[in-house]
Design a protein around this ligand. Sequence first.
Ligand SMILES: [Fe+2]
Ligand SMILES: [Fe+2]
Length: 409
Amino acid sequence: MSYPQDSDWLIDPGYCGSILKDPCSPNLKKRVVECLSQFRALDNPNNPSIPYISAWREDDEVIWYEFVGSRLPELLGCPADKTARVLADSIIKRSVYVCRDEEENIRQKSIQQKNLASKRKTLRRESKHSGSVEAIYKIALHTGEIVWLKDQANIESFADDNICLSLGGLTCVTKEMKEAEQSAEAGNKLRQEREHLDQLLEKQEKEIWKNQLEIVYRLAKATELRDNQASIHLTKMSHYCNILGKAAGLNNLQRTLLFHAAPMHDVGKIGISENILQKPGPLTPKEFELMKSHSIIGAKLLSGNNSKLLKMAKTIALTHHEKWDGSGYPNSLHDNKIPLSGRIAAICDVFDALTSERPYKKAWPADDAFGELYQGKRHHFDPELVDLFLQHIPEIMEIHDRFSPFPLR
Ligand SMILES: [Fe+2]
Ligand SMILES: [Fe+2]
């Protein structure tokens, strides 16, 4: 549709637009004239907002001003008729604030300069659809200064002309946005520092854990050397404890601790004389009393450290000879008074001792060893743990066969 030039429109010499000069609909021209008089009145230094009327054709990329308050060309350092182009080129970031969730948390959604050109048509379509626009532009001025302008406008669409008008104002929000940006930068810096610290701590914790393992394995090794025990006993015991711990419902961390703490159960034998430890025959009652003290010596050796690993190791060292009926040592604990780690270690220690060959005895057949544990329910071992152990015979056999020179049958 085209319209003849309408000479009735009084065109102000300062008019920088094109609608009043172009063959547009009388309806659109009328609206532009109305707005021009209103917006000119708003263009004064007392108004914090710089009024503007911009326009664009829906099938075209170009946007132009029908009117722009004098402060915007001044700010951008350009003539009024170049303001739209210069402003578009100066925007380094366009942000909108949107409600993202039911709690009405406001989030900033930003588009950087490099993506703005390709998104301009979409943004205009969205603002036409919503009938308004509210955005903040971060602008790099020709002087190198950075300013922020908040744009608030209503959008009117003129279908006959395929033209939209944006009737709005630009308010300088540099102070507020600078503060917000600085506070976001400070927050980011703090987060980065915290992440760095967390990484350092994690590294340190790993190092501490590695050192603890090194110490406990050296201690366990020292016990083996004195006691003539095969190191394979400690390895198998760790794995048996892991199977039984899992069956008893221990979580991953508890099982990891149990796995590494179990080999220290006899660490107190460091304090027992070799004559007793390596005596080929049965011990006299006095010797047996001395031997029993290895549980207390072990607990003392492992005490005074706050690490979870050493605390569990101490508990196991102290309680792995306690018995369910209270007839064990060193403290005659009974039932659930015996810590779970000690009850688990007791079953796994005895089972491996029975099924291992020692200088003074042959390895028991599997069925006999399982039978012995069964017989020990209620008086020696926690009955529920024995049942759980016996429910996992295939896994137990697999561990034994993996680490022993002869299969357990
Ligand atoms: Fe022991
Ligand atoms: Fe043992």
